[in-house]
Design a protein around this ligand. Structure first.
Ligand SMILES: Cc1cc2nc3c(=O)[nH]c(=O)nc-3n(C[C@H](O)[C@H](O)[C@H](O)COP(=O)(O)O)c2cc1C
Ligand SMILES: CCCCC(=O)C(=O)O
Length: 364
Protein backbone atom coordinates (compact mmCIF):
# COMPACT_ATOMS: atom_id res chain seq x y z
CA UNK A 1 0.00 0.00 0.00
CA UNK A 2 1.45 3.32 -1.05
CA UNK A 3 -1.02 5.76 0.39
CA UNK A 4 -4.16 6.10 2.48
CA UNK A 5 -6.47 5.89 -0.56
CA UNK A 6 -5.27 2.35 -1.17
CA UNK A 7 -6.24 1.47 2.39
CA UNK A 8 -9.66 3.00 1.77
CA UNK A 9 -10.13 0.75 -1.26
CA UNK A 10 -8.92 -2.28 0.70
CA UNK A 11 -11.34 -1.53 3.53
CA UNK A 12 -14.21 -1.06 1.09
CA UNK A 13 -13.61 -4.52 -0.33
CA UNK A 14 -13.07 -6.18 3.09
CA UNK A 15 -15.80 -4.79 5.31
CA UNK A 16 -19.38 -5.85 4.59
CA UNK A 17 -21.50 -3.18 2.93
CA UNK A 18 -23.67 -2.26 5.92
CA UNK A 19 -20.74 -1.68 8.23
CA UNK A 20 -18.65 0.01 5.56
CA UNK A 21 -21.50 2.45 4.91
CA UNK A 22 -21.60 3.21 8.64
CA UNK A 23 -17.96 4.20 8.74
CA UNK A 24 -17.81 5.93 5.37
CA UNK A 25 -21.08 7.83 5.56
CA UNK A 26 -22.09 11.27 6.70
CA UNK A 27 -25.28 13.12 7.64
CA UNK A 28 -28.13 13.91 5.23
CA UNK A 29 -26.73 14.87 1.79
CA UNK A 30 -23.10 14.39 2.91
CA UNK A 31 -22.23 17.91 1.72
CA UNK A 32 -19.81 18.48 4.61
CA UNK A 33 -18.36 14.99 4.32
CA UNK A 34 -17.31 15.73 0.73
CA UNK A 35 -16.26 19.29 1.46
CA UNK A 36 -13.78 18.32 4.20
CA UNK A 37 -11.60 16.66 1.56
CA UNK A 38 -12.48 19.04 -1.28
CA UNK A 39 -11.46 22.08 0.80
CA UNK A 40 -7.91 20.74 1.18
CA UNK A 41 -7.96 20.35 -2.60
CA UNK A 42 -8.73 24.06 -3.02
CA UNK A 43 -5.54 25.01 -1.18
CA UNK A 44 -2.07 25.13 -2.68
CA UNK A 45 1.31 25.10 -0.92
CA UNK A 46 3.89 27.77 -1.69
CA UNK A 47 7.24 26.49 -0.42
CA UNK A 48 10.35 28.37 0.63
CA UNK A 49 13.74 27.21 -0.67
CA UNK A 50 17.44 27.37 0.24
CA UNK A 51 16.71 27.50 3.95
CA UNK A 52 19.48 25.11 4.94
CA UNK A 53 17.38 23.16 7.43
CA UNK A 54 18.24 19.84 9.03
CA UNK A 55 16.02 16.86 8.55
CA UNK A 56 12.58 17.83 9.89
CA UNK A 57 11.66 17.13 13.51
CA UNK A 58 8.04 16.02 13.65
CA UNK A 59 7.39 15.52 17.34
CA UNK A 60 4.84 17.56 19.24
CA UNK A 61 3.86 17.89 22.88
CA UNK A 62 0.24 18.32 23.87
CA UNK A 63 -0.95 18.49 27.49
CA UNK A 64 2.22 16.79 28.66
CA UNK A 65 1.90 13.99 26.09
CA UNK A 66 4.87 13.65 23.83
CA UNK A 67 4.05 12.35 20.33
CA UNK A 68 6.36 11.37 17.50
CA UNK A 69 4.09 12.96 14.92
CA UNK A 70 1.60 15.84 14.71
CA UNK A 71 -1.05 13.36 13.51
CA UNK A 72 -3.21 11.83 16.22
CA UNK A 73 -6.08 9.37 16.18
CA UNK A 74 -9.46 11.03 16.49
CA UNK A 75 -12.01 9.03 18.47
CA UNK A 76 -14.04 6.57 16.42
CA UNK A 77 -16.62 4.14 17.74
CA UNK A 78 -16.93 0.36 17.34
CA UNK A 79 -13.49 -0.82 16.16
CA UNK A 80 -14.51 -4.46 16.59
CA UNK A 81 -16.95 -3.95 13.72
CA UNK A 82 -14.02 -3.99 11.32
CA UNK A 83 -11.50 -6.20 13.13
CA UNK A 84 -11.90 -8.84 15.86
CA UNK A 85 -9.17 -7.29 18.05
CA UNK A 86 -10.83 -3.90 17.74
CA UNK A 87 -9.40 -1.07 19.85
CA UNK A 88 -6.71 -3.34 21.31
CA UNK A 89 -5.07 -3.53 17.89
CA UNK A 90 -5.51 0.20 17.33
CA UNK A 91 -3.95 0.98 20.72
CA UNK A 92 -0.94 -1.23 20.01
CA UNK A 93 -0.38 0.52 16.69
CA UNK A 94 -0.63 3.92 18.38
CA UNK A 95 1.84 2.97 21.10
CA UNK A 96 4.27 1.38 18.65
CA UNK A 97 4.40 4.55 16.54
CA UNK A 98 4.31 7.11 19.36
CA UNK A 99 0.89 8.37 18.30
CA UNK A 100 -1.68 9.93 20.61
CA UNK A 101 -4.87 7.86 20.58
CA UNK A 102 -8.19 9.38 21.57
CA UNK A 103 -10.27 6.39 22.63
CA UNK A 104 -14.00 6.72 21.98
CA UNK A 105 -16.48 6.43 24.80
CA UNK A 106 -18.30 4.15 22.30
CA UNK A 107 -15.31 1.80 22.02
CA UNK A 108 -16.01 -1.93 21.86
CA UNK A 109 -13.12 -2.54 24.30
CA UNK A 110 -13.09 -0.94 27.77
CA UNK A 111 -10.70 1.97 28.34
CA UNK A 112 -8.70 -0.02 30.93
CA UNK A 113 -8.10 -2.79 28.38
CA UNK A 114 -7.18 -0.27 25.67
CA UNK A 115 -4.63 1.25 28.06
CA UNK A 116 -3.26 -2.20 28.93
CA UNK A 117 -2.80 -3.02 25.22
CA UNK A 118 -0.97 0.29 24.67
CA UNK A 119 1.35 -0.34 27.65
CA UNK A 120 2.12 -3.83 26.47
CA UNK A 121 2.99 -2.60 22.96
CA UNK A 122 5.21 0.12 24.36
CA UNK A 123 7.04 -2.66 26.27
CA UNK A 124 6.79 -0.68 29.48
CA UNK A 125 8.70 2.15 27.82
CA UNK A 126 6.60 5.28 27.70
CA UNK A 127 8.00 8.66 26.75
CA UNK A 128 11.46 7.12 26.42
CA UNK A 129 11.49 6.06 30.08
CA UNK A 130 11.27 2.45 31.27
CA UNK A 131 8.17 2.16 33.42
CA UNK A 132 7.60 5.74 32.35
CA UNK A 133 3.97 6.09 33.26
CA UNK A 134 0.88 6.24 31.17
CA UNK A 135 0.65 5.88 27.39
CA UNK A 136 -0.40 8.78 25.17
CA UNK A 137 -4.06 7.91 25.54
CA UNK A 138 -6.94 10.37 25.84
CA UNK A 139 -10.59 9.58 26.49
CA UNK A 140 -13.49 11.00 24.47
CA UNK A 141 -16.58 11.74 26.52
CA UNK A 142 -20.18 12.53 25.72
CA UNK A 143 -21.35 14.23 28.93
CA UNK A 144 -24.32 12.21 30.16
CA UNK A 145 -27.25 14.10 31.67
CA UNK A 146 -26.93 11.77 34.68
CA UNK A 147 -23.84 13.33 36.27
CA UNK A 148 -23.23 10.33 38.50
CA UNK A 149 -22.79 8.25 35.34
CA UNK A 150 -20.52 10.89 33.79
CA UNK A 151 -18.45 10.96 36.97
CA UNK A 152 -18.06 7.19 36.89
CA UNK A 153 -16.91 7.34 33.25
CA UNK A 154 -14.35 10.03 34.08
CA UNK A 155 -13.17 7.98 37.07
CA UNK A 156 -12.67 4.93 34.84
CA UNK A 157 -10.74 6.90 32.26
CA UNK A 158 -8.59 8.49 34.95
CA UNK A 159 -7.89 5.14 36.62
CA UNK A 160 -6.90 3.70 33.23
CA UNK A 161 -4.32 6.46 32.88
CA UNK A 162 -6.00 8.66 30.25
CA UNK A 163 -4.08 11.93 30.01
CA UNK A 164 -6.87 14.20 28.73
CA UNK A 165 -10.64 14.27 28.30
CA UNK A 166 -12.00 15.13 24.86
CA UNK A 167 -15.57 16.27 25.36
CA UNK A 168 -17.62 16.03 22.18
CA UNK A 169 -20.08 18.92 22.03
CA UNK A 170 -21.50 18.67 18.50
CA UNK A 171 -23.98 15.92 19.30
CA UNK A 172 -27.07 17.23 21.14
CA UNK A 173 -28.79 14.62 18.99
CA UNK A 174 -27.21 11.88 16.90
CA UNK A 175 -26.63 12.89 13.26
CA UNK A 176 -29.01 11.52 10.63
CA UNK A 177 -27.02 8.94 8.69
CA UNK A 178 -29.34 7.97 5.86
CA UNK A 179 -27.10 5.18 4.65
CA UNK A 180 -27.60 3.49 8.02
CA UNK A 181 -31.34 4.05 7.93
CA UNK A 182 -31.56 2.53 4.47
CA UNK A 183 -29.41 -0.43 5.52
CA UNK A 184 -31.26 -0.90 8.80
CA UNK A 185 -28.01 -0.60 10.77
CA UNK A 186 -29.24 0.14 14.26
CA UNK A 187 -27.29 -2.04 16.64
CA UNK A 188 -23.97 -3.70 17.17
CA UNK A 189 -23.89 -7.41 16.28
CA UNK A 190 -24.33 -9.91 19.10
CA UNK A 191 -21.23 -10.24 21.27
CA UNK A 192 -20.16 -6.62 20.78
CA UNK A 193 -21.01 -3.72 23.07
CA UNK A 194 -19.86 -0.30 24.22
CA UNK A 195 -17.76 -1.74 27.04
CA UNK A 196 -17.18 1.62 28.74
CA UNK A 197 -20.92 1.75 29.38
CA UNK A 198 -21.06 -1.55 31.27
CA UNK A 199 -21.88 -1.69 34.98
CA UNK A 200 -22.39 2.03 35.53
CA UNK A 201 -24.22 3.50 38.56
CA UNK A 202 -27.99 3.04 38.58
CA UNK A 203 -27.92 -0.15 36.48
CA UNK A 204 -27.42 -3.88 36.91
CA UNK A 205 -23.74 -4.80 37.45
CA UNK A 206 -23.35 -6.25 33.96
CA UNK A 207 -25.82 -4.08 32.03
CA UNK A 208 -24.63 -1.87 29.18
CA UNK A 209 -26.19 1.57 29.43
CA UNK A 210 -27.06 3.27 26.13
CA UNK A 211 -25.06 6.41 25.35
CA UNK A 212 -27.31 9.44 25.72
CA UNK A 213 -26.95 12.35 23.33
CA UNK A 214 -28.77 15.17 25.00
CA UNK A 215 -29.73 18.70 23.93
CA UNK A 216 -29.83 19.63 27.65
CA UNK A 217 -26.03 19.73 27.91
CA UNK A 218 -24.79 23.30 28.43
CA UNK A 219 -21.82 25.31 29.72
CA UNK A 220 -22.90 24.59 33.32
CA UNK A 221 -22.10 20.94 32.68
CA UNK A 222 -18.68 21.97 31.41
CA UNK A 223 -18.08 24.05 34.54
CA UNK A 224 -19.11 21.07 36.64
CA UNK A 225 -16.72 18.79 34.70
CA UNK A 226 -13.91 21.35 34.98
CA UNK A 227 -14.05 21.13 38.78
CA UNK A 228 -14.71 17.37 38.84
CA UNK A 229 -11.42 16.47 37.11
CA UNK A 230 -7.85 17.66 37.09
CA UNK A 231 -7.29 16.24 33.59
CA UNK A 232 -6.96 18.68 30.69
CA UNK A 233 -10.35 19.21 29.04
CA UNK A 234 -10.47 19.52 25.24
CA UNK A 235 -13.73 20.46 23.49
CA UNK A 236 -14.38 18.64 20.24
CA UNK A 237 -16.84 20.02 17.74
CA UNK A 238 -16.79 23.75 18.36
CA UNK A 239 -17.17 25.54 15.01
CA UNK A 240 -18.29 29.11 15.80
CA UNK A 241 -15.50 31.53 16.81
CA UNK A 242 -17.73 32.93 19.57
CA UNK A 243 -17.93 29.43 21.10
CA UNK A 244 -14.14 29.21 20.92
CA UNK A 245 -13.93 32.43 22.95
CA UNK A 246 -16.51 31.07 25.42
CA UNK A 247 -14.44 27.91 25.78
CA UNK A 248 -11.48 30.03 26.86
CA UNK A 249 -13.60 31.81 29.43
CA UNK A 250 -14.77 28.45 30.82
CA UNK A 251 -11.22 27.27 31.43
CA UNK A 252 -11.05 24.73 28.63
CA UNK A 253 -7.51 23.56 27.79
CA UNK A 254 -7.77 22.93 24.07
CA UNK A 255 -10.06 22.59 21.06
CA UNK A 256 -10.54 19.91 18.47
CA UNK A 257 -11.88 21.80 15.48
CA UNK A 258 -14.05 19.08 14.01
CA UNK A 259 -17.36 18.66 12.22
CA UNK A 260 -17.44 15.00 13.25
CA UNK A 261 -16.28 13.97 9.79
CA UNK A 262 -19.50 15.38 8.28
CA UNK A 263 -21.65 13.11 10.46
CA UNK A 264 -23.52 15.61 12.61
CA UNK A 265 -24.95 18.87 11.17
CA UNK A 266 -24.66 18.64 7.40
CA UNK A 267 -23.68 21.74 5.36
CA UNK A 268 -21.35 23.16 8.03
CA UNK A 269 -18.07 24.41 6.53
CA UNK A 270 -15.06 22.20 5.98
CA UNK A 271 -12.84 22.38 9.05
CA UNK A 272 -9.78 23.58 7.11
CA UNK A 273 -11.85 26.53 5.84
CA UNK A 274 -12.79 27.48 9.42
CA UNK A 275 -9.32 27.04 10.88
CA UNK A 276 -7.99 30.61 10.37
CA UNK A 277 -11.01 32.13 12.12
CA UNK A 278 -10.82 29.74 15.07
CA UNK A 279 -7.07 30.20 15.42
CA UNK A 280 -7.60 33.97 15.46
CA UNK A 281 -10.33 33.67 18.11
CA UNK A 282 -8.11 31.55 20.34
CA UNK A 283 -5.10 33.83 19.85
CA UNK A 284 -2.51 31.24 20.88
CA UNK A 285 -4.07 30.75 24.32
CA UNK A 286 -4.75 27.04 23.80
CA UNK A 287 -3.90 24.43 21.17
CA UNK A 288 -6.28 23.87 18.26
CA UNK A 289 -6.32 20.37 16.78
CA UNK A 290 -8.09 19.96 13.43
CA UNK A 291 -9.74 16.86 12.01
CA UNK A 292 -11.83 16.07 8.94
CA UNK A 293 -10.63 15.00 5.51
CA UNK A 294 -6.91 14.66 6.29
CA UNK A 295 -5.64 12.07 3.81
CA UNK A 296 -2.16 13.23 2.76
CA UNK A 297 0.94 14.71 4.34
CA UNK A 298 0.26 17.89 2.37
CA UNK A 299 -3.14 18.17 4.14
CA UNK A 300 -1.34 17.96 7.49
CA UNK A 301 1.17 20.61 6.41
CA UNK A 302 -1.63 22.95 5.24
CA UNK A 303 -3.42 22.64 8.59
CA UNK A 304 -0.24 23.18 10.60
CA UNK A 305 0.66 26.19 8.44
CA UNK A 306 -2.77 27.71 9.09
CA UNK A 307 -2.24 27.43 12.83
CA UNK A 308 -3.29 23.95 13.99
CA UNK A 309 -1.06 22.44 16.68
CA UNK A 310 -1.81 18.94 15.40
CA UNK A 311 -4.36 17.14 13.24
CA UNK A 312 -6.55 14.09 13.79
CA UNK A 313 -7.53 11.29 11.44
CA UNK A 314 -10.74 9.31 11.87
CA UNK A 315 -11.66 7.04 8.98
CA UNK A 316 -8.09 6.29 7.80
CA UNK A 317 -7.41 4.49 11.10
CA UNK A 318 -10.46 2.30 10.48
CA UNK A 319 -9.31 1.63 6.91
CA UNK A 320 -5.96 0.41 8.21
CA UNK A 321 -7.61 -1.66 10.93
CA UNK A 322 -10.03 -3.26 8.48
CA UNK A 323 -7.32 -3.99 5.93
CA UNK A 324 -4.68 -5.49 8.21
CA UNK A 325 -5.39 -5.05 11.92
CA UNK A 326 -2.61 -3.57 14.05
CA UNK A 327 -0.18 -3.73 11.11
CA UNK A 328 -2.58 -1.86 8.86
CA UNK A 329 -3.06 0.93 11.39
CA UNK A 330 0.70 1.17 11.87
CA UNK A 331 1.23 1.40 8.15
CA UNK A 332 -1.39 4.16 7.81
CA UNK A 333 0.35 6.15 10.56
CA UNK A 334 3.82 5.52 9.12
CA UNK A 335 2.77 6.46 5.59
CA UNK A 336 1.30 9.72 6.78
CA UNK A 337 4.35 10.45 8.91
CA UNK A 338 6.67 9.83 5.94
CA UNK A 339 4.54 12.13 3.79
CA UNK A 340 4.55 14.88 6.43
CA UNK A 341 8.31 14.51 6.79
CA UNK A 342 8.86 14.88 3.03
CA UNK A 343 6.33 17.70 2.64
CA UNK A 344 7.96 19.65 5.48
CA UNK A 345 11.37 19.27 3.87
CA UNK A 346 9.98 20.34 0.49
CA UNK A 347 8.46 23.42 2.15
CA UNK A 348 11.87 24.33 3.58
CA UNK A 349 10.64 23.71 7.11
CA UNK A 350 12.65 22.09 9.90
CA UNK A 351 9.64 21.51 12.11
CA UNK A 352 5.90 22.20 12.22
CA UNK A 353 6.73 25.49 13.97
CA UNK A 354 8.40 26.78 10.79
CA UNK A 355 5.15 26.52 8.83
CA UNK A 356 3.39 29.87 8.45
CA UNK A 357 0.11 30.90 6.79
CA UNK A 358 1.93 32.56 3.85
CA UNK A 359 2.84 29.05 2.62
CA UNK A 360 -0.83 28.36 1.83
CA UNK A 361 -2.63 29.89 -1.14
CA UNK A 362 -6.23 29.49 -2.19
CA UNK A 363 -6.64 28.25 -5.77
CA UNK A 364 -8.24 31.03 -7.78
C1 LIG B 1 -17.14 5.51 12.11
C2 LIG B 1 -16.92 6.77 12.89
C3 LIG B 1 -17.18 6.79 14.24
C4 LIG B 1 -16.97 7.94 14.98
N1 LIG B 1 -17.19 7.90 16.31
C5 LIG B 1 -16.95 9.01 17.05
C6 LIG B 1 -17.12 8.98 18.46
O1 LIG B 1 -17.45 7.96 19.04
N2 LIG B 1 -16.91 10.12 19.14
C7 LIG B 1 -16.53 11.29 18.54
O2 LIG B 1 -16.36 12.31 19.20
N3 LIG B 1 -16.33 11.33 17.20
C8 LIG B 1 -16.53 10.23 16.46
N4 LIG B 1 -16.31 10.27 15.11
C9 LIG B 1 -15.75 11.49 14.49
C10 LIG B 1 -14.22 11.45 14.47
O3 LIG B 1 -13.70 11.65 15.77
C11 LIG B 1 -13.61 12.53 13.59
O4 LIG B 1 -14.10 13.80 13.99
C12 LIG B 1 -13.82 12.37 12.09
O5 LIG B 1 -13.86 11.00 11.73
C13 LIG B 1 -12.71 13.07 11.35
O6 LIG B 1 -12.89 13.02 10.00
P1 LIG B 1 -12.19 11.96 9.00
O7 LIG B 1 -12.90 10.67 9.21
O8 LIG B 1 -12.45 12.58 7.68
O9 LIG B 1 -10.72 11.89 9.32
C14 LIG B 1 -16.51 9.13 14.34
C15 LIG B 1 -16.25 9.10 12.97
C16 LIG B 1 -16.44 7.95 12.24
C17 LIG B 1 -16.11 7.95 10.78
C1 LIG C 1 -22.73 6.44 20.22
C2 LIG C 1 -21.91 6.18 19.00
C3 LIG C 1 -21.28 7.41 18.48
C4 LIG C 1 -20.61 7.17 17.19
C5 LIG C 1 -20.36 8.42 16.42
O1 LIG C 1 -20.06 9.46 16.97
C6 LIG C 1 -20.46 8.38 14.97
O2 LIG C 1 -20.81 7.34 14.43
O3 LIG C 1 -20.17 9.43 14.35
Amino acid sequence: MLNLREFEAAAASTVDRVHYDYLAGGAWDEVTLRDNEAAFGRLRLLPRVLRGRDKPELDVSLFGCHAASPVLMSPTAFHRLVHPEGERATARAAAATGTIMVASMAATVAIADIAAAAREAAGGVVGGVVGGGDPALWFQLYIQPDLEVTEALVARATAAGARALVVTVDSPVFGAHERDRRNGFLDLPAGMACENMRGLPGGEPDAVRPIAMSPEICWDHLDWLRQATSLPVVLKGILHPEDARLALRHGVDGLMLSNHGGRQLDTVPATIDLLPEIVAAVGGRMPVILDGGVRRGTDVVKALALGASAVGIGRPVLWGLAADGERGVRRVLELLREEVDAALALCGAGSPRDLTPDLVRRRS
